[in-house]
Design a protein around this ligand. Structure first.
Ligand code: ADP
Length: 172
């Protein structure tokens, strides 16, 4: 038994949304320490670099004293072990999340039998919110106020603008 109850909340956070932040807030009340871990997936190139994602998550979670932010390109089960964490927290939006998460939870426990996965159900108003939805809407210049933390709206809009200019540049 470790001295503290440490949980890991892994994800892509490309970018972090109000749905993610809601899970972070609720989880931070349950555990002594929460590590939000930006998982770097080499096959998926995100809109933001891992460093940018970590920076955004840090900024919007700064007020939670027991939350820290990290990134990893290791297997989640190994990462958890290296941090002495026994719980992985996941948010569940709908049944469509369940199948994949159920499978992942079993795989992770097989790889690290001391590791359990806990699911928190998404708050109703964020059930349809995902990072992809944010990216899609941002590309059309929609208002992001209800979707992502205030502190990162400008950064998302600037990145979208930059992407547009890059694409435009490609055509010339
Ligand atoms: P996304 O699906 O938004 O790209 P991630 O890959 O970053 O999200 O997911 C990290 C974790 O956050 C997953 O457990 C995912 O189910 C959960 N999650 C994502 N969006 C929400 C939301 N709106 N409410 C609750 N949990 C969420």
């Amino acid at each position: 038994m470790s001295e503290h109850n440490i949980a890991i909340y892994p994800g892509s956070f490309d970018p972090i949304t109000l749905g993610h932040l809601n899970i972070i807030k609720r989880t931070s009340r349950i555990f002594d320490r929460l590590i939000v871990c930006v998982m770097v997936n080499s096959e998926k190139r995100g809109l933001f670099t891992p460093e940018e994602r970590v920076d955004m998550v840090r900024r919007v979670t700064a007020r939670f004293s027991n939350v820290e932010v990290d990134f990893s390109d290791k297997l989640l089960s190994e990462y958890a072990e290296s941090k002495g964490a026994h719980v992985v927290v996941k948010g569940l939006r709908a049944m469509s999340d369940f199948e994949k998460e159920f499978q992942m939870a079993h795989i992770n426990r097989r790889l690290n039998p001391a590791l359990d996965t806990m699911f928190l159900t998404a708050t109703e108003k964020y059930t349809f919110l995902s990072s992809s939805v944010v990216k899609e809407l941002a590309a059309y210049g929609a208002n992001l106020k209800e979707l992502v933390p205030r502190e990162i709206i400008d950064e998302i809009e600037a990145k979208m603008q930059q992407r547009k200019e890059e694409k435009h540049g490609d055509r010339h």
